[in-house]
Design a protein around this ligand. Structure first.
Ligand SMILES: [Zn+2]
Length: 157
């Protein structure tokens, strides 16, 4: 799906490194699994440091309460590929983050869409957020099956 533009004041801090938020986008179903379990949706917050280094925060989404911020995105989602979201729509990224932002899975990976650039720092939060089943259905009607299939775990000895 088309990445949502976000205000440049949002950023991820990893230690002393700062990664301003570039864009966020969604996948259905999730690209990451927890204990082998996939989630209906996953949000990727793509952040880039001044030196070009990328860090992505992954937020898993499960069925539960309605999320007002996600509804705003759904209501403004472009219906045609290649069209942009209305420029006056302001997304507040932190409203799409779980309360617990201190527990996450961290690994060095790649972008999951072409060109699948490597050297990307992944931070997948262990606490999912909730959106309603109606919202999941609404999203799937717009964009379905846009997730990269899970990759085999690789162990380097
Ligand atoms: Zn993604």
């Amino acid at each position: 799906m088309i990445p949502m533009p976000v205000a440049s004041t949002n950023q991820l801090r990893v230690g002393v490194e700062k990664y301003p938020l570039l864009q966020l986008h969604f996948h259905a179903p999730s690209e990451h699994t927890l204990k082998g379990k996939a989630f209906p949706l996953e949000i990727h917050f793509v952040n880039a440091a001044d030196n070009g280094k990328l860090a992505v925060v992954g937020v898993l989404v499960k069925e539960g309460a309605t999320n007002a911020e996600f509804q705003k995105i759904l209501d403004n989602a472009p219906l045609l590929e290649g069209t942009n979201t209305p420029p006056d729509m302001l997304v507040f990224p932190w409203r799409l983050l779980p309360a617990d932002r201190t527990h996450f899975y961290n690994y060095a990976g790649s972008l999951t869409t072409p060109p699948c650039t490597e050297g990307v720092g992944w931070h997948v939060l262990s606490q999912p957020i909730e959106v309603s089943q109606t919202q999941i259905t609404q999203f799937e009607a717009l964009y379905n099956d846009n997730a990269r299939h899970t990759q085999a775990l690789m162990v380097v000895l």
